[in-house]
Design a binder for this molecule. Structure first.
Ligand SMILES: NC(=O)c1ccc[n+]([C@@H]2O[C@H](COP(=O)([O-])OP(=O)(O)OC[C@H]3O[C@@H](n4cnc5c(N)ncnc54)[C@H](OP(=O)(O)O)[C@@H]3O)[C@@H](O)[C@H]2O)c1
Length: 338
């Protein structure tokens, strides 16, 4: 196939976005599909994963866990698709892969640097490779079990609990024998957590008086924090002694550019808490082991994921914004029409 002659539409970063004005910052442009260099593969993207953490890559901060994406380049994110041209060993044409690729019709990536993984085509619902069997699954399991060190019988609280990572974290806490609670925005999301997923309780942070709601819920041993900000202050004052806070993400700061500096930091001493951040690329090498465990739960129907699917590359920015406005329950995905 003469890919170089084929057109590739992709989302280019033209300037750094303000808040959630993604349309003012990214443009859908067209170019030829580049020829792959040695070690590279060309993926025909079938799906794009929308991940809140990528919002940080769009800022100009240099002190993040990775350098910012450069203005003038393509937006990057996880993709699933078929290898249509290969100059990398182990990735023959026709392989179904997941990798960090470009938000476009095609991704041209170095197989190693992009973390490309060949996927088992026997998994019927390919979207699961972005959810329970993907980075969100790995992150949820690691944060609850390793960083949070949750033990059976303990009380575990998760913020952004109706989003992709949070939904998996509350279910995994429950599967490990903990009493799982979630914080989410709105009645529908809280009802989903308690009535559909059957977790012990939910706190609606948009209903106001979060501190009183948390007080009524009682103390927590583990907090899986996706949000930071003022919510972290509220939770710090309701942690049980010797509790653990696993810092997964800082959604409160992503679009506004603020920095979380907990007012209630002294509770770390008063309650002898441990606060620790964790980052999925640090435990990528554990991926196959984590996937096996997640797959067992998933195949048994014990680990579920609702999907929020948008059709068409041209609608990507609408899908992306949902992560920051609370428009989604579960995993946000963009499906590309062939
Ligand atoms: N450390 C790691 O390796 C790692 C890996 C993957 C993801 N993460 C983190 O996991 C978190 C969730 O990411 P995701 O991609 O799975 O997105 P997601 O949870 O599917 O979507 C984000 C959700 O967060 C909530 N939210 C947004 N802004 C908020 C705010 N200011 N305060 C409270 N809640 C807010 C919204 O729900 P509501 O309606 O409830 O507000 C929204 O639906 C992010 O912090 C991300 O950085 C970390």
């Amino acid at each position: 196939m003469k890919l170089a002659l084929m057109k590739n539409r992709f989302w280019r970063i033209d300037r750094r976005p303000h808040g959630t004005d993604f349309a003012g910052a990214l443009a859908l442009v067209e170019d030829a599909v580049p020829e792959p260099a040695e070690g590279q593969i060309v993926i025909r993207n079938a799906m794009l994963s929308m991940d809140a953490g990528t919002r940080m890559w769009l800022t100009d901060r240099q002190d993040g866990y990775q350098p910012p994406l450069e203005v003038g380049t393509s937006m990057i994110g996880l993709v699933i698709g078929e290898v249509v041209q290969s100059r990398a060993a182990g990735f023959p044409e026709g392989t179904l892969v997941r990798a960090f690729g470009q938000w476009g019709d095609y991704s041209v990536v170095d197989a190693v640097m992009s973390g490309a993984i060949a996927l088992d085509p026997a998994v019927a619902d390919r979207r699961a490779w972005f959810g329970p069997l993907g980075m969100n699954g790995w992150t949820a399991l690691w944060g609850i079990e390793q960083t949070g060190a949750a033990k059976p019988g303990e009380r575990v609280l998760v913020s952004a609990a109706a989003g992709a990572t949070g939904i998996l974290a509350v279910q995994i806490a429950k599967l490990l024998g903990c009493e799982a609670w979630g914080i989410a925005g709105g009645v529908a999301k809280c009802a989903y957590l308690t009535d559909t997923l059957g977790i012990a309780g939910a706190v609606d942070y948009k209903a106001g008086n979060v501190a009183a709601q948390l007080d009524r819920a009682g103390g927590f041993d583990v907090y899986f924090d996706n949000v930071g900000g003022g919510l972290l202050d509220d939770v710090l004052t309701c942690m049980n002694h010797y509790g653990r806070i696993a810092v997964c993400g800082l959604l409160a700061d992503y679009t506004g550019g603020g920095r979380t500096s907990p007012r209630e930091f002294d509770q770390v001493l008063m309650r002898r808490l441990r606060i620790e951040g964790f980052f999925s690329p640090d435990f990528m090498h554990e991926g196959p082991r984590l996937t096996e465990r997640l797959k067992t739960w998933h195949e048994a129907g014990a680990l579920v994921m609702p999907y929020d699917v948008t059709q068409g590359l041209e609608n990507t920015l609408t899908a992306y914004a949902k992560l920051f406005t609370g428009g989604n329950i579960g995993k946000v995905i963009v499906e590309l029409t062939p």
